[in-house]
Design a protein around this ligand. Structure first.
Ligand code: KIV
Length: 279
């Protein structure tokens, strides 16, 4: 059954944890959907894990629409949330509504996500007024990497923690249907979760949130190098891929692939005639 805004809200109310993962393509989205994940986020993290940028800032609306449309074709039941990329909603409320509309119309998303608190409430209100559900995003918001001076945990001092609580109430009041809490202390996320009527979905925010989200390359062990503290590697899919690719290279080089079962046959009399003329 299709997950909707109401499903996520009902899950908060009943204590059934919301599961969300990122996906950026048809095949991955289909697997996640078949596994029964509640929501799929086409995160602008695609700039890093799919396109190889250092951060999410270069991601364009065209990138987001392209990947959102692929995911929407792959997922029947998951609630599809598409990230609004950097500078697609900050400049004006009008641009924010137009761009949110494109992610729904051209990408097939069910909701959009944007980063920020009080400063984006006008945009949230206008997008919701256009009948588009909005997921807010607070805490370590990656589009503010240059303001934070790196990917740093937020809400650790009193004023910052208070601002996050105030912001969460403001985005709820503006009409957000859920909020992603990223990179904040677990106890603070728990306070926000208890205060809000809308679901909180945490990443690096502890298990007191109403749900969790992870970047799939991180949780399936596809990424190399530094793994952030909040990531659990639920599988080592990178190892499985490396092994398969190494076997393909070795069998191709030694000639054991393709084997007869991977090969098309031709009638003996046809090939005999061809050989007579060409060999
Ligand atoms: O872009 C993204 O993948 C995200 C998640 C980390 C929440 O915003």
């Amino acid at each position: 059954m299709k997950n909707t805004v109401s499903t996520l809200l009902a899950q908060k109310q009943s204590g059934d944890k919301i599961t969300m993962l990122t996906a950026y393509d048809f095949t991955t989205a289909r697997i996640m959907d078949e596994c029964g994940v509640n929501a799929i986020l086409i995160g602008d993290s695609l700039g890093m894990v799919m396109l190889g940028y250092d951060n999410t800032l270069p991601v364009t609306m065209e990138d987001m629409i392209h990947h959102t449309a692929a995911v929407s074709r792959g997922a029947q039941n998951a609630f599809i949330v598409a990230d609004m990329p950097f500078m697609s909603y900050q400049v004006s409320v009008q641009e924010a509504v137009i761009n949110a509309g494109r992610l729904i119309k051209e990408g097939g998303a069910n909701a959009v996500k944007l980063e920020g608190g009080a400063e984006v409430c006008e945009q949230i209100r206008a997008i919701v007024n256009a009948s588009i559900p909005v997921v807010a995003h607070l805490g370590l918001t990656p589009q503010s990497v240059n303001v934070f001076g790196g990917f740093k945990v937020q809400g650790k001092n009193i004023s910052n923690a208070k601002k996050l609580i105030e912001d969460s109430l403001k985005i709820q009041e503006a009409g957000a249907c859920a909020v992603v809490l990223e990179g904040i202390p677990a106890q603070l996320a728990q306070i926000i979760t208890n205060k809000l009527l809308i679901p909180t979905i945490g990443i690096g925010a502890g298990n007191g949130c109403d749900g969790q989200v992870l970047v799939y390359q991180d949780m399936l062990g596809l990424t190399t190098g530094h793994t952030p503290k909040f990531v659990k590697r639920f599988a080592e899919a990178g190892e499985v891929m490396r092994k398969g690719i190494a076997e393909y290279i070795s069998e191709t080089k030694e000639g054991s692939f393709p084997a007869p079962e991977h090969t098309y046959a031709i009638d003996e009399d046809v090939i005999a005639e061809i050989k007579k003329e060409y060999e």
